[in-house]
Design a protein around this ligand. Structure first.
Ligand code: GLN
Length: 474
């Protein structure tokens, strides 16, 4: 297993291993793990071809910062000339016309893209059970879900099918599957990474971020993907830190750590709670000041999230009408039938549910009661975080209320499924960066995730603290 890219890079430059060896290693693991259904596409030949090219560059001393890093990309991100399905039937035959900025930046630094990963349809879901191309299985226990919506990306790293994978997080879709699969998953500050080439779900919430096994790998990939992009006006014009250098936390004792004293813990499993509590205690033992925060408005996060994101989704998904993109139903004699039949056949149940919910909350007569009100609550939650971060450097909380649940366990009850996002949605509402790190295992040997939320653009801080905790906890 290649764990840390810094070590791998050293071996590459010493000629102890080649990019071709690395690609072959991961291709073999992808074959072995086929039953997990983590990949929708594998770029076998192209990856080997690129490996050979990059091997030459390494010999010539001209290789980029990610030379030989094998990366899988969630199938909601565009790669020119490749199928872009968003795990939906409606885009089954669609090929991307350009490459997403985030992915292009990886390629420009000589990363090797090995394939595209399975996910929930249009990134809507918490279990990967909403994919039109089948479930993904959790590598730790094949009867359980890997989390969602970036379930394939999380499973691919956990099952050692790539060194890093890219996911997206609108309400928890990087952090929750990272927690369920025992890997590091980072959601950056909104705007940190360009969304150009990312299929929009809820544009004011959507973020792109990496999954990996270490804080260093996460930091390095983040560093490469971040920064202003003229093609995305919401990308932030904020300096990109040297995320990957100096990740060692020198003085944990000088930190102020916030814990939310009125967090809704009604569905919180006691083993998850104990794991998070013991991490906080370790920090206290190291001298950190633990500050109890009251954030009563956080209990409205789920409602606010599901009103605003469905509203945005209903608008964003209006473009899939059978006329311009992907699949068109042949059973239509006029335009309206063509729209209706294409959308009826093309979208899955959860996507339809969200389009209907979103259309409802935006409709005349209900707009003020739902959409406008939720926008106000969004502002209050954002201010709550701003106030909290005047008192503390970081907030620590569980990533998820439970460890990975069984396949099929929550599919009958959407509300139950939505409650999985109870601890993740608030930082998408506010825009703050957050990371989930592995924090041990429960009695059934399933991974537990711990979440660190940071100040806007303090990705470096949450990675440093995450790095420290991973070393002390695992
Ligand atoms: N599970 C959440 C949802 O279903 C989050 C999705 C996401 O972050 N893309 O909306």
């Amino acid at each position: 297993m290649f764990n840390d890219y810094a070590d791998l890079r050293k071996e590459l430059s010493e000629g102890k291993v080649t990019c071709t060896d690395i690609v072959n290693y991961y291709l073999e693991n992808i074959k072995k793990g086929k039953h997990l259904n983590a990949f929708l596409l594998v770029f076998q030949e192209e990856a080997l071809q690129r490996a050979a090219e990059i091997d030459k560059k390494i010999k010539a001393g001209k290789a980029g910062r990610l030379a030989g890093m094998v990366i899988a990309v969630k199938d909601v991100l565009s790669i020119k000339g490749r199928r872009l399905t968003c795990s939906s039937k409606i885009l089954e035959n669609f090929e991307a016309l350009y490459t997403a900025t985030a992915v292009q930046r990886l390629i420009d630094e000589d990363a090797i893209i090995i394939g595209k990963t399975n996910c929930d349809e249009f990134a809507m879901g918490s279990s990967n059970e909403n994919s039109a191309f089948g479930n993904v299985l959790n590598p730790f226990d094949n009867t359980r879900v890997p989390g969602g919506s970036s379930g394939g990306s999380a499973a691919a790293v956990a099952a050692d099918m790539c060194m890093v994978s890219i996911g997206t997080d609108t309400g928890g879709s990087i952090r929750q599957p990272a927690a369920f699969c025992g890997v590091v998953g980072l959601k950056p500050t909104y705007g940190r990474i360009s969304r150009y080439g990312l299929t929009a779900f809820a544009s004011s919430f959507d973020t792109i971020g990496p999954f990996s096994r270490s804080a260093y790998n996460t930091a390095l990939v983040l560093e490469v993907m971040s920064g202003k992009d003229p093609k995305d006006s919401t990308s932030a014009d904020h300096a990109v830190d040297n995320y990957s250098s100096g990740l060692e936390l020198a003085k944990p004792g000088s930190l102020k750590i916030g814990v939310i004293s009125d967090l809704d813990d009604s569905g919180l499993n006691h083993e998850v709670k104990e794991a998070v509590d013991s991490a906080v205690k370790k920090l206290a033992d190291a001298g950190a000041e633990i500050v109890q925060l009251k954030m009563p408005e956080l209990k409205y996060s789920i409602q606010t999230y599901y009103i605003l994101t469905t509203a945005e989704a209903s608008s964003n998904l209006a473009r899939y009408d059978g006329a311009r993109y992907g699949v068109r139903s042949p059973e239509a004699s006029n335009m309206e039938d063509m729209y209706v039949n294409s959308r009826t056949k093309g979208f899955g149940t959860e996507v339809k549910r969200r389009i209907m919910l979103g259309t409802y909350v935006l409709s005349h007569g209900y707009y003020d009661a739902y959409y406008k009100k939720a926008q106000k609550v969004r502002r209050i939650i954002k201010e709550d975080f701003q106030k909290a971060f005047k008192k503390v450097d970081f907030i620590i909380l569980p990533t998820t209320p439970t460890t990975a649940f069984k396949l099929g366990e929550k599919t009958a009850d959407p509300l139950e499924m939505y409650l999985n996002d109870i601890y993740t949605t608030s930082s998408n509402i506010s825009g703050n960066p957050a990371v989930s790190i592995p924090a041990g295992f429960d009695k059934s040997k399933l991974p537990i995730g711990l979440q660190i939320i940071g100040k806007d653009f303090d990705e470096k801080g949450i990675l440093m603290l995450g790095n420290y905790l991973m070393k002390t906890l695992n």
